[in-house]
Design a protein around this ligand. Structure first.
Ligand code: FES
Ligand SMILES: [Fe+2]
Length: 410
């Protein structure tokens, strides 16, 4: 009996890259470190350009605890600012989205700004004349913003490498599947606050092994003879992509997906791309899904789900894409409720000191059920927060890598 209990209390007999200390899913100090060490220090996807459809369109959101607005200016340029009035800190907007006219007006003392961030008006400016202060001395605080394939990214910290360098070889995969000459459009958006640590949702999105959870995936994917022939491609900064593989939708009575394919896709194929730290781009032949994550607390995570088709879709084509999207991924689709119930149930165990270590030890030469992509994620996580994933209590001062097999630069 003692032997059986000690197996739960001591680290598993595996290399340290192959398991994770579950305190990384529950500890509030680690949660704060992730905010600054990861979410403020990477390129974070905030929306797709089609969600800013008009000159003056904006979206308000939070990145790494910082309130931001993303705005399409009257020059058609997309910019990001802190959603904070420089006068006394009132939020510039309190809606999640909308359209500005020529100006942004703060509701508190009615100062105004243009969509480039300049202050254009101070109410009763005469009061500042004795101290020589005027609207030219103030403006909105800008945030670095870059776009690839219509995806709008921001970086809170100014020393993050350019987006192209951050993405590395993943940039080419994005250009293939979100090409500028065939622009995409978001047609579905929903979000939910789920009761788990954000990394458990990343695990769920990254991992092909849990396809055993889904009846749909068991019948349409796992049963395919060449399912295990595909390979993961792991890139620096822990971005990754798996080869496309054809699903058999007929096995569950769903229609084939051979026409109206999304850019770069094969008939009936499934493709999954992960951008560190939180973005999953998943394409099922005729429709794309993009997930993004906003951590709220160690055990609370907002996930936003977007469904995308082509901007040029006919009404009939869009109906097909919408149907294909909702069959699997809609809020009442086959897979999403199953995934959410799994990660929320896991989180309950993570908060329990009887369960100390999770196992990420599968080695299958980068085939779909290999855990290398998850190991790569946790090593990247550890480098960025300055801790070892397998021993969350220990801080590290160096950037030593324990080594994950299979990371390629091309
Ligand atoms: S806080 Fe915005 S105008 Fe005063
Ligand atoms: Fe799933």
């Amino acid at each position: 009996m003692e032997d059986k209990i000690s197996r739960w209390e001591n680290p598993p007999s595996l290399p340290p890259t192959h398991y994770v200390d579950n305190r990384i899913f529950t500890d509030s100090e680690i949660f704060s470190e992730e905010r600054d060490g990861i979410f403020a220090a990477v390129w974070k996807l905030v929306c797709h350009e089609s969600e800013l459809p008009q000159l003056g369109s904006y979206r308000a959101l939070t990145v790494a605890g910082r309130p931001l607005i993303v705005v399409r200016g009257h020059d058609n340029e997309i910019r990001t600012f802190f959603n904070i009035c420089p006068h006394r800190g009132a939020p510039l907007v309190r809606d999640e989205s909308g359209t500005f006219g020529k100006r942004i007006q703060c509701f508190y003392h009615l100062w105004t700004y243009d969509l480039v961030g300049n202050c254009t008006g101070i109410t009763r400016p005469v009061g500042y004349e004795p101290v020589g202060f005027s609207k030219e001395d103030i403006g909105l605080r800008p945030v670095r913003t870059e776009i690839i394939g219509g995806l709008v990214f921001v970086s809170i910290k100014n020393d993050v490498e350019p987006l192209e360098d951050f993405l590395g070889p993943m940039a080419n995969h994005i250009r293939l599947h979100l090409p500028d000459d065939q622009p995409l459009e978001v047609f579905h958006y929903h979000r939910s606050e789920i009761r788990c640590n954000w990394k458990l949702w990343v695990d769920n999105n990254s991992e092909q092994y849990h396809e055993f959870l889904h009846v749909l995936n068991r019948k349409t994917g796992l049963a395919q003879p060449d399912y295990h022939e595909r390979r993961w491609h792991l890139y620096p900064n822990s971005h990754n992509v798996i080869d496309q593989g054809a699903m058999n939708y007929g096995n569950v009575g769903l229609e084939e997906r051979s026409e109206g394919l999304m850019p770069g896709m094969q008939p009936d194929a499934l493709l999954v791309m992960l951008l560190f730290p939180d973005v999953m781009i998943n394409v099922r032949a005729t429709v794309m899904r993009i997930d993004t994550i906003t951590p709220v607390a160690p055990d609370r995570t907002i996930v936003e789900w977007r469904g995308l088709g082509l901007k040029s879709d006919s009404e009939e084509q869009r109906d097909i894409r919408t149907r294909h999207h909702n069959q699997v991924w809609g809020p009442a689709g086959r897979n999403l409720p199953e995934d959410i119930s799994a990660v929320e149930a896991q989180q309950i165990s993570m908060s329990n000191d009887a369960f100390r270590y999770s196992i990420y030890a599968r080695e299958e030469e980068l085939r779909p059920h290999d855990d290398s992509n998850l190991r790569s994620f946790y090593q990247e996580w550890g480098r960025r927060v300055g801790r070892w994933p397998h021993d969350a209590g220990a801080r590290r001062s160096d950037k030593t890598e324990l080594g994950v097999v299979g990371i390629a630069s091309e």
